[in-house]
Each structure stands twice: as C-alpha cells, then as structure tokens.
Write a protein that binds this ligand. Structure first.
Ligand SMILES: NC(=O)c1ccc[n+]([C@@H]2O[C@H](COP(=O)([O-])OP(=O)(O)OC[C@H]3O[C@@H](n4cnc5c(N)ncnc54)[C@H](O)[C@@H]3O)[C@@H](O)[C@H]2O)c1
Length: 253
C-alpha cells in the first residue's frame, strides 16, 4: 500500500441505523468501506448508496457471533477491498426485561452479539493491522454501561466493551493501533423506534420525552455518532487511545 491508497474500514451492523451512517461517513472521508451485516439485502442497499454517491464500498454478509462466518467475511474484505485497517464494532441488539424476569437466552443473546461479536471481529482483523503497523478500532458502547433499568444484559455487555477497549489500547498500542469506545445516548434509529413500540408509545412522543432529559434538548441522530467515529479513525487521532467518548448531548442521560 502506498500513501495514496485509501484505507479499508469494516463497519459491523452497517445495514441500518448508526452503522449505516458510519459507513456512509467513512466513505465520504475517502475510505473503502465494507458494509457488514447479517442482513445482506440491507447491507447491499447501503453499499449501493455509497457507490452511487461516488464512494467505494462492498456489502458483506456475516453473523458476528459465528467464528467461521467472521473469518470468511474478513477474508472476503481483504480480497475485494484490501486489508482492513479500521474496524467499527457496531452490530447490536437489545433484549430488554427487568432482571427478575430475564431469561438466560436473552442474557446470552446480548453477550453473543456485543461481546463475542466484537472479540471475534477484532481477532480476525487485528493481524492485518499489526502487519501494517497501523490500525483503528472503535467499539460502540452506550450510556447504558452506567446502569439502566430493564437492561441488565445490555448494560453488562456495554460496560464490558469499555474494559475490552482499554485493554486492546494497552496491548496493541505498540503496533500503532488505537482502540476507543464511543458511548451514545438516545439515538433515533430502528432500535429506539422498536423500544417505543414495545412501550406502547409513538416514536415522536418517545423522542420528545427523551429530549426533555437531554441537556442539548434533542435526541441524537446516527450522524452525531458517525462524526465522532470519523475523528477517532482519522490519521491525526493516533495519540487518542483507550478512551470512552460519550455522545449523548450531555455528560449523562
Ligand atoms: N440507538 C441508540 O439509541 C443506541 C444508543 C447507544 C448504543 N447503541 C448501539 O449502537 C449500535 C447500533 O445501534 P442501532 O440503534 O443502529 O441499531 P439497529 O437495530 O438500528 O441496527 C443494528 C444492526 O446490527 C445488525 N446486527 C445485529 N446482530 C448482528 C449480528 N449478529 N451480526 C451482524 N449484524 C448484526 C442488524 O441487522 C442491524 O442492521 C448497537 O451496538 C447499539 O447497541 C445504540
């Protein structure tokens, strides 16, 4: 790779929501982007929109909870776009319930995607970064890492990702690889729309009541998160590592 070759980024869960906005933003920044999702048609739509807008992208189908699927997906990215230098572990889901009613399957499903998925993806990508002596890893945490009613599983996973991130920063720094976490507050996506529906509220009412608690007076948009990630994966951010940046319209929601 010479200095003018665009770097390759993998964004997991990029078929919609925050991941789609991150993929679009990184493509605008000039990276080649692998739009990875277990939902291939959605990933294809996002990749096509990026290409339509003049960027470089490829859709990649993968379930981040499955080792073979992840290995195969990263090999596919290497073949089609080049060796990955940027990894955004964004794929996620929620299985909310009060702790006393939470079945083990809902605990495990959340751990599988957020923690095991980030572990597997990072394990598959890190050798490429170490070989290139350059890498950027961003893990998507959440304000829920600080504790949130009905989210014992999700809060534990998102707090776990912060410890994972800091340890990666310590171990991989010598290879010129940074690792940071971005912890969004309320972001308007399919995930929060589904929560509104589950609570029997319209999404508009749900967003309005959330906005009242947020210092900047509005809920976040996927582009708010994408902007922060754009900075963290940039060439100039090489001395920022092991940090958790809350993108929440205030210090704590
Ligand atoms: N929306 C919010 O308010 C908010 C706040 C804090 C953190 N987050 C986190 O941001 C990330 C993105 O959230 P979002 O709101 O865009 O969610 P979303 O539900 O809109 O999108 C999640 C995407 O991840 C994909 N995905 C799920 N499981 C997968 C798997 N096993 N393998 C591959 N892809 C998988 C889905 O297909 C989907 O395209 C998640 O990690 C979420 O926990 C969201």
């Amino acid at each position: 790779m010479n200095d003018s070759t665009p770097r390759v980024a993998i964004v997991t869960g990029a078929g919609r929501g925050i991941g789609a906005a991150v993929a679009q933003r990184l493509a605008q920044d000039g990276l080649r982007v692998a739009v990875l999702d277990r939902d291939l048609p959605s990933a294809e739509k996002v990749a096509a929109a990026i290409v339509e807008a003049g960027g470089q992208a490829a859709a990649v189908e993968s379930d981040v909870t499955t080792s073979e699927s992840v290995t195969q997906a990263v090999a596919q990215v290497d073949d089609v776009l080049g060796p990955p230098a940027v990894l955004v572990n964004n794929a996620g889901l929620i299985r909310d319930n009060l702790f006393f009613k939470m079945p083990l399957e809902d605990w495990t499903a959340v751990m599988d995607v957020h923690l095991n998925g980030s572990f597997l993806m990072t394990s598959a990508v890190q050798p490429h970064m170490s070989a290139a002596r350059w890498g950027r890893i961003v893990n998507i945490s959440s304000t829920s890492a600080l504790g949130n009613r009905g989210q014992a599983n999700y809060a534990a996973a998102k707090a776990g990702l912060q410890g994972f991130t800091k340890t990666l920063a310590i171990e991989l720094g010598r290879f010129n690889i940074t690792a940071n976490a971005v912890a969004p507050g309320f972001i308007a996506t399919g995930m929060t729309a589904a929560t509104a529906q589950r609570m029997g509220m319209s999404f508009e009412d749900f967003k309005q009541s959330a906005s009242a608690e947020i210092p900047v007076g509005r809920v976040g948009e996927p582009e708010d998160v994408a902007h922060t990630i754009s900075f963290l994966v940039s060439e100039g951010a090489g001395f920022v590592s092991g940090q958790v940046i809350y993108v929440a319209g205030g210090p704590r929601v």
